[in-house]
Design a protein around this ligand. Structure first.
Ligand code: DSN
Length: 423
């Protein structure tokens, strides 16, 4: 099993041990962090290929260094597959991850001092959507909209329009890292048009669900730009990407902003891995995978609801759930994360809407189904995992009970080993 790392083993024992440790942790535990997944062996092979040796500043056909015959092939394929997946006309596949993709996009479309209208961070927005700890807030202005009611998840579109009219943003931004509902894209893009802004969505969390046609594609409802990571539901290597529905003009600005505006040489090994993952996502089986992610999340939602545990937004339309464990079980998010880790379930503590507790020990936990669905869990196993989560939390000090749960999870993991081939 570990022979694939024979060279690391003979050369660098410390790193070898850490890699094998991680390999075992992933094999023997359940990954419920909704932004994580398992990639295919083909994706991992591309990531460790000779392409890591090559500098390729520029774009296919227009590079600054020689020797680009094969890198151009790889990047063109990645771009074409991305456009096909998201039904759009332009793709830049060079962003090193989601945060750099968002920063490059802001600099492509905005001037210093311009305004972005995004989701309130405590209601599910992301750091790069204007958290005060980021440098972005020194350059651009960020104004907010929220959910109207955290128990239904409905976005306050009237407030969004009001704030948009008042602040005249250049970007109306959708897309969240802790919000589980479908959006009214038509309403959002019309608000953007009304104030002369670009409608942009950071689809990082749900990119695979859009590509797999399990959730709506914002481009079909008037959105101009999507940014994303490639490693969450899309099940590719860690990385980012920017897509635009039509405009050649925006595309040119984005290319210039990613390179030379913001990044240096693209990571061509990673772009090859993206191309392979996009190829997998174009395969018909990916639609089945995406649909199953949603069914599995619904199965977990039912168990939590039946147990009377409050779910933010009242449940989920996507791959993720956010449970108010402090409000419902009097267990802080941090403790819940630790206790569940002890039985082999990895998830993350997370702030809930208008959380009274601090970000390092918030009221909620966030979890989801992309990785366990890759493992071929169906609704039955997901419901059982949800039951085990609740049982663990309710018996957090019962060592014997937790040991039994750990064993049950180990057995499930053996039965559903992590696959290496998806198509
Ligand atoms: N860290 C990612 C997540 O877990 O949602 C977002 O960048």
């Amino acid at each position: 099993m570990h022979d694939e790392y024979a060279h690391i083993k003979s050369q660098d024992k410390e790193i070898y041990d850490a890699i094998v440790g991680e390999q075992t942790r992933e094999a023997e535990g359940l990954e419920l962090i909704p932004s994580e997944n398992y990639v295919s062996k083909a994706v991992r092979e591309a990531n460790s290929s000779e392409l890591t040796n090559k500098y390729s500043e520029g774009y296919p056909g227009k590079r600054y260094y020689g020797g680009q015959f094969y890198t151009d092939i790889v990047e063109n394929i990645a771009r074409d597959r991305a456009k096909q997946l998201f039904n759009c006309k332009f793709a830049n596949v060079q962003p090193l991850s989601g945060a750099p993709a968002n920063v490059a996009l802001y600099f492509a479309l905005l001037e210093p001092g311009d305004t972005v209208l995004g989701m309130d961070l405590s209601h599910g927005g992301h750091l790069t959507h204007g958290h005060p700890v980021t440098y972005l807030t020194k350059i651009f202005k960020f104004v907010r909209y929220k959910m109207k009611n955290p128990d239904t998840g409905e976005i306050d579109y009237d407030e969004m329009l009001k704030v948009a009219k008042e602040h005249k943003p250049k970007i109306v931004l959708a897309g969240y890292s802790a919000y589980p509902r479908e959006l009214d894209y038509t309403r959002m893009s019309s608000i953007a048009k009304e104030v002369g802004a670009y409608a942009v969505m950071d689809v990082a969390h749900i990119a695979g669900l859009i590509a797999g046609k399990a959730m709506k594609n914002p481009f079909d409802y008037g959105f101009d730009v999507l940014t994303t990571t490639t490693h969450k539901t899309l099940r590719g290597p860690r990385g980012g990407m920017i897509l635009t529905r039509e405009s050649e003009d925006i595309g040119k600005k984005i290319d210039k902003s990613v390179f030379p505006g913001f990044q240096g040489g693209p990571h061509m090994n990673n772009i090859a891995a993206k191309a392979i993952a996009f190829g997998e996502a174009l395969h018909p089986s990916f639609k089945t995978y995406a649909a199953q992610i949603l069914k599995n999340a619904k199965a977990m939602e039912k168990v939590f609801k039946d147990a009377g545990i409050r779910l933010i937004a009242g449940g989920t339309d996507s791959h993720l759930l956010l449970a108010d464990v402090f409000g419902s079980l009097n267990i802080p998010g941090k403790e819940a994360e630790i206790v569940l880790d002890e039985v082999g379930i990895t998830l993350n503590k997370n702030a809930i809407a208008d959380d009274k507790r601090g970000p390092m020990d918030p009221s909620g936990i966030r979890f989801g189904t992309p990785a366990i669905t890759t493992r071929k869990f169906s609704e039955k196993e997901c419901a059982r995992v949800a039951e085990l989560m609740i049982e663990t939390l309710k018996n957090k000090d019962d060592v014997t009970k937790k040991k039994a749960i750990r064993e049950e999870i180990r057995t499930m993991c053996k039965q559903f080993s992590i696959p290496e081939v998806f198509v």
